[in-house]
Design a protein around this ligand. Structure first.
Ligand SMILES: Cc1cc2nc3c(=O)[nH]c(=O)nc-3n(C[C@H](O)[C@H](O)[C@H](O)COP(=O)(O)OP(=O)(O)OC[C@H]3O[C@@H](n4cnc5c(N)ncnc54)[C@H](O)[C@@H]3O)c2cc1C
Length: 452
């Protein structure tokens, strides 16, 4: 198929009849109105870094990558207004030259601002969810009309738009709140999961501005973020190394440590050895007191990452108080799955601490603080089916424990999962989408099943 498009990690492939690289708002309006030439479902696409088919369509895909102008950076009101196809990393670079930054400098630099404005996102080292800081959204609705909502003109509509996933139309312009460029320090704390207590977890999340926990084998490494007076020139290179590790090295080594080993025993030894090296690196960082960097230097650019350096993951959120118990149960689930199916994830397990946030209807922290459990894996052709089976089993396991999945970052999410996770808000969301798009012009089979 000439229009075949594959997402970043290769897990989602879609072939629209019409693939349009939009250049203007008028063009988007014309597409929306012409149901014959541009058949539904009509889906907007950013850089297709989602892990689910949320942007997929057999009808029409509007790729936003040619609409990436910065319209205005307002240093008085501390806002940036830009077209929706602009990638976070490019916007951050421009802001940086003016000593400014986004409030949430999410690690994925290639998320477009359009997607950031209307999808769920996570960043544990800043202020959680990117969409909470979008203060104005302009879009073309399913009938081709221009619409807008802002924090002042219609906060209720903005609350819905912030998790609309392109189901109420195509966003063409967004305005985000900004902050002054900030120096931060990352510090590291290593603990055996078996010895960790609720009290310690409460202290770690209470005493730091941001926390991610990486679990390597049975050791939890807390990566903690706090403001710093300045960036030490001696540690600047560590931020470069951190980005290089995520964009090229960790997935590459994880993948190939497994690929060429003739026996399972050797594979296990090598993976254990690799995790031991990663733990030692974190121990060194702990000994030297961590390092400082500018907050936007956390943002990683994956544009030059070759397929060999790419990874896939899933994300399920759990109430903060439930996390440690659930993490310990996860380690047992992981072991049992490995014994039964011979598969285990070859990258560190991520856990993001995200604070309560009621700024969007599908905020996964609407009911309180969460910490996630995110298995990460760099798969090969040989173990792709095993990874998919693991994801399905993990979904069932997380669902039983009242986990909350994301619509763009939890592969194989289904309607039972979202109904249980979002409850009343899910029904409210569905009713609103039906009102905004009565003919289902934007509804692809993925969202069709979820909103049945
Ligand atoms: C290696 C990797 C690392 C990642 N790390 C993180 C991370 O740290 N934090 C995090 O939060 N996420 C992370 N993600 C997930 C990713 O950021 C999200 O899935 C994000 O939504 C992708 O943005 P995108 O621009 O690629 O959107 P797409 O995947 O192209 O689209 C996502 C959804 O947004 C809709 N959409 C896109 N543009 C528009 C528009 N202009 N108007 C209306 N709807 C639109 C699409 O229709 C679709 O429903 C990561 C993904 C990968 C592959």
């Amino acid at each position: 198929m000439s229009n075949q498009i594959t997402n970043y990690d290769g897990s989602v492939v879609t072939s629209p009849q019409q693939l349009v690289y939009a250049e203007t708002v008028n063009q988007i309006q014309a597409i929306m109105k012409d149901t014959v030439r541009f058949p539904g479902p009509v889906r907007a696409m950013g850089s297709f870094h989602s892990l689910t088919p949320c942007a997929s369509s057999s009808g029409t895909i509007i790729n936003m990558s040619n609409m990436k102008r910065i319209i205005d950076i307002d240093e008085t009101n501390m806002t940036i207004r830009a077209e929706a196809g602009l990638e976070l990393i490019d916007a951050a670079k421009e802001l940086r030259s003016k000593n400014l930054q986004f409030v949430t400098n999410v690690e994925i630099g290639n998320m477009t601002l359009g997607s950031a404005a209307c999808c769920q996102s996570k960043d544990a080292l800043d202020q959680g969810q990117v969409d909470s800081y979008v203060i104005e959204i302009k879009w073309v609705d399913p009938s081709g009309q221009l619409r807008e909502a802002s924090i002042t003109s219609d906060p209720d509509l903005l609350y819905r738009m912030r998790s609309s996933y392109g189901l109420s139309g195509v966003i063409y312009e967004v305005t985000f709140k900004l902050e002054r460029l900030e120096a931060i320090r990352l510090t590291y704390l290593l603990r055996n999961v078996a010895d960790l207590t609720e009290n310690e977890v409460a202290k770690v999340v209470g005493n730091n501005q941001g926390v991610i926990c990486w679990t390597l084998g049975s050791v939890a490494v807390f990566e903690c973020r706090n403001s710093a007076p300045k960036v030490d020139s001696s540690s600047r290179w560590l931020a470069d190394v951190r980005r290089m590790l995520w964009s090229h090295v960790v997935a590459f080594v994880s993948r190939y440590s497994q690929s060429f080993m003739p026996s399972q025993t050797l594979k296990n030894l090598l993976l254990d050895g690799w995790f031991a090296i990663l733990r030692s690196s974190y121990r060194v960082l702990n000994w030297i007191g961590g390092f400082t960097l500018h907050d936007p230097d956390k943002i990683v650019d994956y544009r030059k990452t070759p397929p060999s350096g790419r990874y896939a993951f899933t994300f399920w959120a759990f109430p903060r108080e439930q996390w440690l118990h659930t993490l310990k149960e996860y380690l047992t689930f992981r072991e049992q799955h490995f014994r039964r199916y011979g598969f285990r994830c070859n990258m560190p397990l991520g856990s993001y601490f995200i604070r309560k946030d009621v700024n969007s209807i599908l905020s996964y922290t609407h009911d309180g603080d969460i910490i996630s459990i995110d298995p990460i894996h760099a798969y090969t052709k040989a173990d792709k089916a095993a990874w998919n089976l693991f994801l399905t089993k993990f979904n069932a396991w997380a669902y039983q424990r009242k986990g909350i999945p994301l619509l763009n970052q939890s592969p194989f999410v289904n309607s039972s999962h979202v109904v249980a996770a979002y409850g009343r808000r899910w029904h409210e969301f569905k009713d609103w989408i039906r009102k905004e798009d009565p003919n289902g012009r934007m509804l692809n089979p993925f969202f069709g099943e979820l909103t049945m």
